[in-house]
Design a protein around this ligand. Structure first.
Ligand code: NAP
Length: 556
């Protein structure tokens, strides 16, 4: 099996200092990760006068957009809401080409930002952080990378991404497959052409839903091995003309103001009307409109009750099920594509382009692995309980050890030898999603239980990075050397996070939102990973804590 392995073994690596030229070994702040979050953190901290180095496993900046190069990869935030808002000049310079930019365009954008603000000189590439140990005597973090380098800093910040620890399926025989196999996250840089091939895709989350119609156009035969289907809805992507882009540029203040008021940081916010105040005819007309509109309106631009009230949810779910029946020609296939175990929107809704129509092609075959489970991956392909499917390539769109996985892969040791992965064994324990008890001067940006995880990511990132930067400035001004949350503050935050889970239907279904991953042991119960209160409420909480003298933190 050819498995893409981007991580170079430490023994073969050149020292990062030789590859990068930069890399002060002793800085005020070390940031792990050069994706959207790491890029903005470096910009912001440098502006505040903190010496900062970013350590990145990839050979270039981009994070998610550096690794996920599979065909069809794109975001489903409107492009002009996804870019950074901090620089008017940048906003006026960058022309988005599509309403929902594909991965290469977003990666180019992030590289452009890095070059424009001269950020590369403080970034070290091709080095994976293996250990981060707090030295109490020196009050500093000592960070080791897989190429044998050691860095020291007062503050350590993670910008490691929430979906950056891919997981492969626990299926016997994986290593025996003689064709090419890929996890969508570890996609090769070279374009992969599936023309004339027999291809298998395992997984039907947002990733599987994006890649399936793309591969369908090339492959001779495509087999989609589906376990639990997801509720998907059309993205309705389209190009942005130069005239439209010029018009968008005049509206950036308005666009970002709107995003700052919606729970998800998108242009789409819940409809203000009460479900029961609207007649059935009006509701149906509204839902038709949502289904025909671009982006996430179909999920989060609806009556709020669709995500909180099981009866309302059931009515909307039936509406979406009919849409699937209309789009898929074979009624048996359509029924298999309709989820029966959860209501619409209670898992993250994949937005698709021609996903359902792909199943109308004669070369695309839906294999329902709940009916005939996969028994084994064989040298020739995939064997289910009913037959063996011979394949040239096998694509694992099988998801991630979400949110905490990238933390667990680093040996992070705080005060008194406490290991983060042990403290978080039964689920993350944070205060505000930014710090954990026992880990002084360690900030988990875009980490578990924070506001950015469930939002239009850059919007959430700008909020949290601005807040943490302000915190660091205050600490510097007041001569405070060490900051760590109190245990009672962590406990109170756990209650707040858990209570918010109960307010929506998200907790009723197994997905990465609730910490479920069938390929990891002990991940079938609920884990409280996400702050479900929405951006405006999260921002108010952060502001309140700052205004109260950073209540909940021990400051020394
Ligand atoms: P995912 O939502 O966790 O989906 C993983 C899929 O793999 C599920 O269908 C799962 O089935 C299946 N699977 C896993 N192990 C399996 C096994 N052993 N046998 C059969 N099926 C197996 O992961 P994802 O699709 O990569 O998406 C993760 C998140 O990334 C998304 O929710 C989204 O937030 C983000 N994403 C965003 C975009 C975008 O912006 N447009 C695109 C892609 C991804 P079960 O459900 O039955 O476990």
């Amino acid at each position: 099996m050819t498995q893409i392995q981007p991580q170079r073994p430490a023994s073969q690596a050149e020292p990062s200092s030789q590859r990068n030229g930069a890399s002060a070994k002793r800085t005020d702040v070390l940031v792990i990760g050069a994706g959207v979050c790491g890029i903005y953190t470096l910009y912001r901290l440098r502006k505040e006068g903190f010496t900062t180095t970013v350590l990145e496993a990839g050979d270039a900046p981009g994070g998610t957009w550096y690794w996920n190069r599979y065909p069809g990869c794109r975001f489903d935030s409107e492009s002009y809401t996804y870019g950074f808002s901090f620089s008017r000049e940048l906003l006026q310079e960058w022309d988005w080409k599509e309403h929902f930019a594909p991965q290469p365009e977003t990666l180019s954008y992030l590289n452009y930002v890095v070059e424009k603000f001269d950020l590369r000189r403080d970034m070290v590439f091709g080095c994976r952080v293996t250990d981060a140990i707090y030295d109490e005597g020196e009050n500093e973090w000592v960070v080791h990378t897989d190429d044998g380098q050691v860095y020291h800093s007062t503050y350590l910040m993670t910008a490691v991404g929430m979906l950056s620890a891919p997981t492969l399926p626990l299926i016997e025989g994986r290593e025996s497959f003689e064709g090419e196999a890929f996890h969508t996250y570890d996609w090769p840089k070279e374009k992969k052409d599936f023309t004339g091939e027999r291809v298998g895709v395992i997984g039907s989350g947002a990733t599987g839903v994006q890649i399936t119609p793309m591969v369908a156009k090339q492959a001779k035969e495509l087999y989609v091995f589906q376990r639990r289907p997801n509720w998907c809805a059309p993205l309705h992507n389209s190009p942005i003309s130069p005239e439209e882009m010029a018009e968008i540029k005049t509206r950036y203040d308005e666009i970002f103001a709107k995003c700052s008021k919606t729970p998800g940081g998108f242009l789409h916010g819940p409809d203000r009307r009460k479900f029961n105040e609207v007649s059935k005819e009006e509701r149906l007309a509204f839902w038709e409109e949502l289904y025909a509109s671009p982006g996430f309106g179909v999920w989060i631009g609806n009556f709020a009750e669709t995500l909180t009230d099981p009866e309302v949810n059931a009515e909307y779910t039936a509406f979406i099920a009919d849409k699937i029946r209309q789009r898929v020609h074979d009624p048996e296939v359509a029924e298999k594509l309709i989820p029966k175990d959860h209501g619409f929107g209670t898992r993250r809704v994949p937005l698709e382009t021609g996903y359902y129509e792909a199943y109308n092609r004669p070369n695309v075959h839906l294999v329902d692995v709940t009916e005939s489970p996969i028994e084994q991956i064989t040298p020739k392909g995939v064997r289910t309980t009913s037959q063996e499917y011979e394949l040239d390539s096998l694509i694992y769109a099988t998801g991630f050890d979400a949110i905490t996985g990238s933390f667990d892969r680093i040996n992070i040791v705080g005060r008194d030898g406490v290991r983060l992965r042990e403290q978080w064994q039964d689920g993350p324990l944070t205060y505000l999603g930014v710090q954990s008890h026992g880990f002084p001067n360690f900030f988990t940006l875009a980490g578990p239980q924070g506001g950015s995880v469930s939002t239009n990511f850059p919007r959430g990132i700008e909020d949290i990075v601005d807040w943490v930067s302000g915190f660091l400035v205050t600490l510097r001004d007041k001569g405070i050397k060490r900051v760590e949350p109190r245990e009672d503050a962590v406990d109170a935050w756990q209650k707040e996070v858990r209570d918010l889970y109960q307010m929506t239907l998200f907790h009723t279904t197994q997905s990465w939102f609730t910490g479920y991953n069938s390929n990891l042991k002990g991940r079938d119960g609920i884990r409280y990973l996400i702050y479900n209160g929405g951006s405006p409420r999260y921002r108010r909480r952060l502001e309140g804590v700052a205004n109260d003298g950073y209540v909940g933190f021990d400051l020394h």
